[in-house]
Structures are given as C-alpha cells and as structure tokens.
Design a protein around this ligand. Sequence first.
Ligand code: CA2
Length: 151
Amino acid sequence: MAKTIYVLNGPNLNLLGMREPETYGHATLKDVEKLCRDAAKRHKIVIAFHQSNHEGELIDWIHEAGAKKALGLVINPGGYTHSSVAIRDAVAAVNIPVIEVHISNIFAREDFRHFSHIAPVAKATLCGFGITGYALAIDGLAALAGTKRRS
Ligand code: CA2
C-alpha cells in the first residue's frame, strides 16, 4: 500500500491567493494541494491534505498521522506557529518526522514572527521559498524514508 504524507495548513491559509500577494504570492491553496500531490506522485506517495482555522482540528490530524504511522507530516501552522504550545506538544508526541513550512521568510518579518514553538520539535524547518517549500518538504521526507530503508 502507498505510504501517506499528511500536509496540514493552519488558520487563514484558505485565503492564499486572495489577499496579501506581495507576502504570500498569487497561488491558491488548491494550487498548493496540486503541487504537493504532484511532488508526492514522483515518489509513489499519497497526500492527505487539510486546512483548518481551528487549533483542535489541526491537533486531531497530527494525532491521526501519528496513529496511522504516516511517512511524515508537513505543517504550515500559520499564526499558531508563534503562539501554540498545544500544537507543539502534539508534534512532539508523534513518532513521525514533522517538517515545518512557511511560505514567507518569517525571520525577515516582524519580531513576533521570529519565534516558533514548533521548530524545536520539528525534524526541519523551511521558510522563504514560497509555496515551493511544500514540495521541498515532501522531497525531504521521501529522502529521509529512503535513507531509513537502506540503513
Ligand atoms: O509564511 C507563512 O507561511 C506563515 O506561516 C503564514 C501565516 C503567518 O502568520 C506566519 O507568520 C507565516 C499567515 C497565514 C495567513 O495567510 C494568508 C494568506 C493570504 C492572505 C491573508 C493571510
């Protein structure tokens, strides 16, 4: 059976492509989903793609990814990056690699965006590549899984 990577998107990312294109570009969340599915297909991986404006729903999907022993999880926690101890705890609790992705370079923005609760418990963090960061994260998880299989 094909392995699954969960791709989770936090609050307001449903607005991608509709507002603030100077910061987040013109691509919509549907475009991000297609990018992820295309990247995964190259590795024979399937994607479970979700967006929610609710912290608890994101946490439920993190638990689900862990319980199903997903190949990995890519998460753009949106504004929760900078505020959510609960999402950090959920990421720390699952025994699968988690890649944190941000479309913008959070370190080139306001001071309050420089701190991430998720980064210390993530396998890796990517930021500033635009939506390409999602595809890079999927390639990275596929490479990690390949490395693990061979060792
Ligand atoms: O750069 C990123 O991907 C962020 O995770 C996006 C979050 C922001 O709070 C983080 O600091 C960095 C915001 C997501 C809101 O997305 C919007 C998209 C279009 C229009 C308005 C908001």
